[in-house]
Ligand binder design. Sequence first.
Ligand code: UTP
Length: 275
Amino acid sequence: MIKKCLFPVAGYGTRFLPATKSMPKEMLPVVNKPLVQYGVEEAIEANMTTCAMVTGRGKRIITDHFDISYELEHQISGSGKEASLGSIRSVLEKGVFTSVRQREMRGLGHAVLTGEPLIGNEPFGVLLSDDLCINDGPGVLSQMAELYAEHKCSIVAIQEVPREETHKYGVIKGERIAEGVYRVQDMVEKPDPEDAPSNFAIIGRYILTPDIFDILRATAPGANGEIQITDALQAQAREGRVLAYQFKGRRFDCGSVPGFVEATNYVYDNYYTRN
Ligand code: UTP
């Protein structure tokens, strides 16, 4: 069973400036819950109850969110307002929260490597909370954990995207081995549509085997000085040790303003009134 999930939350979130000048983008609320809480709920639902945050400067309020707010709780104790804390209290009951700071923003691969002391030598999930995934059945990480139990190798979540959008994603070339499951042969980071090997884009959910840390340590930074997770995954893929999984559910790119607005409307229309 996979017990830990890494949350790289150190990025600057420049696409949301000025909102993210002093507030982390992971704390932007979709309706009444911060993005990162949706992610933590998904991880806990997949039994990944240790949530390991790779934070950065100015991100302290993320770790504060996953702690008790003593004064507030004391103040509203016994009132009708207490019910609004239900979802976060449930998360705090079930989850354990650890964190480490990424001192320099050197890319997602570097963020994952920074999280190594929190993970150790075991397989783990990685969840990018700006990709909000919503479905009524088991969450995306749960679906991936089930696949991991069968194959015991790294897994990336993929989604079909319009050809003209391949330049925004890592894109895979794979051989289909089962319904919605591909063995990855190659991965290209942000290809132009004409160079993309498919229109299957990698989204922000991964299950990684711990040998990824040694590979990341040996991975040279790319042109922009960032260490890319896809470069490290390539090394595993060359040995046939990466699967791509076309998950069930909807995904919203909440790292972009249009995706965030779309998610907000969707959650408000479909879920908020039920709570
Ligand atoms: P993004 O590419 O979305 O970058 O990172 P960003 O800085 O968060 O946002 P923009 O593009 O400036 O608007 C993908 C994920 O990887 C994390 C981010 O927090 C985000 O969840 N990340 C990225 C890190 O934790 N550290 C890094 O060095 C880079």
